[in-house]
Design a protein. Structure first.
Length: 222
């Protein structure tokens, strides 16, 4: 009988260690190499009608793992793909990468640099470059990572630099969004996130319930 009573608690605890996946909150018009939803930004100068390329950013999710026998961490992956369709090099500045607006278990965290960066970020004309970045939020439960934003800077051959901040929210099934916002028709809105320089941004989001902590339910992992 005691085992039966402990079973729900055990299942709940296991759920807290399950990976948590995220999707960009804007510009959802691209996919990552493995089909993950990605934010896509066109690369162009203010006065250029033709795009020089595009940048796709996605997340492979937050996953728990052991780095030592008794030290558990959560690694949060963010990927970049820079496709150069122009005649001059493009570069993702690796020193510019940071994790911002990170909420863990409902609390805002300090800005964090990556713990690992894989890839050079330099895309020659006619080529594609990939960069994989790992951040490490201060938690041992992926389920406690609520949302975050990633800051990055792109540079062209002329030295022009433009920064972008891409927000991420937990990936949810469309039927879940419909159930919470409107059982019949769902809720779907569009919001413009414009910024100067290379990129014009226009993205969609799944309604106000994305932003409320109550949408994700109370924390039961502690």
């Amino acid at each position: 009988m005691r085992g039966l009573l402990c079973l729900p608690l055990l299942l709940l605890t296991v759920g807290c260690w399950q990976p948590r996946y995220f999707t960009p909150r804007e510009n959802l018009n691209g996919t990552g190499p493995d089909g993950e939803p990605a934010a896509l930004y066109q690369v162009r100068n203010d006065d250029a009608a033709q795009s020089k390329g595009e940048v796709r950013i996605w997340s492979g999710g937050a996953k728990a793992r052991y780095i030592e026998a008794d030290q558990e961490v959560v690694d949060l992956h963010v990927g970049f793909e820079i496709e150069n369709t122009g005649a001059a090099p493009l570069e993702l500045e690796l020193d510019s990468l940071s994790l911002e607006e990170l909420f863990v278990d409902g609390y805002l965290q300090a800005v964090q640099p990556p713990v690992t960066v894989s890839g050079s970020g330099q895309a020659a004309p006619g080529s594609t470059a990939r960069v994989d970045v790992t951040f490490r939020p201060a938690t041992t439960y992926p389920s406690e990572v609520d949302s975050f934003s990633v800051r990055f800077v792109m540079r062209d051959a002329a030295g022009n630099q433009v920064g972008q901040v891409t927000p991420f929210v937990p990936a949810l099934q469309w039927r879940q969004v419909r159930t919470v916002n409107d059982p019949l028709y769902g809720a779907y809105g569009w919001g413009a996130y414009g910024w100067g320089g290379y990129y014009g941004a226009y993205g969609g989001w799944g309604g106000p319930a994305f932003y409320g902590r109550g949408f994700f339910g109370p924390r039961l992992c502690r």
